[in-house]
Design a protein around this ligand. Structure first.
Ligand code: BV8
Length: 236
């Protein structure tokens, strides 16, 4: 997957679409503990609570009020117009990048609108709730169907493709992420080691701000279209 520009996105890019982030004052982790809903142990201990947490987020995402915003659309335009190739690696489990038109896209933490059977690995599209005692349509196992989401302590998806893309890129851009979660927060160091120019676009400095060569702070719907405009006009 050779792309001149690799872009990492986090919850901040979807904030202006109405989806909450995680670590802002009104974020998801302000009202619920990661250990209670976003680990394999939590799922084993209390599947009712974990399924309810993701069913509520899935219902929120399929709400017609939630639409891609100008930042998602700007990245899709950059992919269409930039000849050197663009890859978006998102930590987000929403589908707003796809709906804005991004195609070269990797969901490293999974997708809220998919389910996976922990018994047989079958991945299916899912817009409705997942029931705790659901039987897998492929293998029949009961109670093993879970959100297709990477929990804490689980290996993120597409790590080999992401490492290869970062090793070959000339510009690495991070948008709307606090730099709190690894391995995603370490990608900027991999990009610097590969000689890429590194840019942080965020509402405020992230926890890995000092790893970036360039910084632009502001709301994603304002700074991302402006950044894309600069790149497409030829200036970096
Ligand atoms: C793994 C899916 C290993 C679930 C998520 C020390 C070092 C290295 C690793 C660790 C460590 N200690 C613990 C670990 C492991 C752990 C980790 O990093 N923990 C953290 C808390 C310290 N990592 C893991 O467990 C990962 N796996 O390491 O596996 C392994 C090895 C071998 C074999 C097996 C396993 C897995 C991590 C994935 C967890 N799942 N998501 C779900 O969504 O429910 S991660 C979770 O945080 C979120 O989903 C999100 O994807 C991710 C990052 O959050 P952000 O997207 O950055 O959101 P946040 O709210 O934090 O920030 C938003 C930013 O936006 C803010 O900066 C804000 O200013 C900005 N913003 C707000 N509004 C706007 C804006 N910007 C622009 N415009 C706006 N309008």
């Amino acid at each position: 997957m050779n792309a001149e520009i690799v872009i990492l996105t986090g919850a901040g890019i979807s904030r202006e679409s109405g989806l909450h982030t995680f670590r802002d004052v009104d974020g998801i982790w302000a009202t619920v503990n990661i250990e209670d809903v976003a680990t394999p142990q939590a799922f084993a201990r209390d599947p009712v609570r974990v399924q309810a947490f993701y069913n509520a987020r899935r219902r929120g995402l399929v709400d017609a009020a939630v639409q891609p915003n100008a930042a998602h659309h700007a990245l899709a335009e950059l992919e269409r117009e930039h000849r050197g190739g663009v890859l978006v690696v998102t930590q987000n489990i929403d589908d707003l990048h796809e709906r804005a038109g991004s195609r070269n896209l990797l969901h490293m933490h999974g997708e809220l609108l998919k389910a996976v059977c922990a018994a047989c690995g079958e991945v299916t599209s899912r817009r409705g709730d997942i029931a705790v005692d659901e039987a897998c349509a492929a293998c029949g196992a009961v109670g093993r169907v879970r959100p297709y989401v990477v929990w804490f302590g689980e290996m993120p998806l597409f790590m080999d493709e992401i490492a290869a893309a970062i090793a070959g890129c000339s510009t690495f851009v991070s948008i709307g992420t606090s730099g709190a979660v690894y391995p995603a927060a370490g990608f900027v160091q991999m990009a610097r080691a590969a000689g890429a120019h590194t840019v942080e676009l965020n509402l405020e400095p992230s926890q890995v701000r000092s790893d970036f060569a360039e910084h632009v702070y502001g709301k994603a719907t304002e700074i991302v279209p402006a950044f894309v405009e600069r790149v497409l006009r030829g200036a970096r």
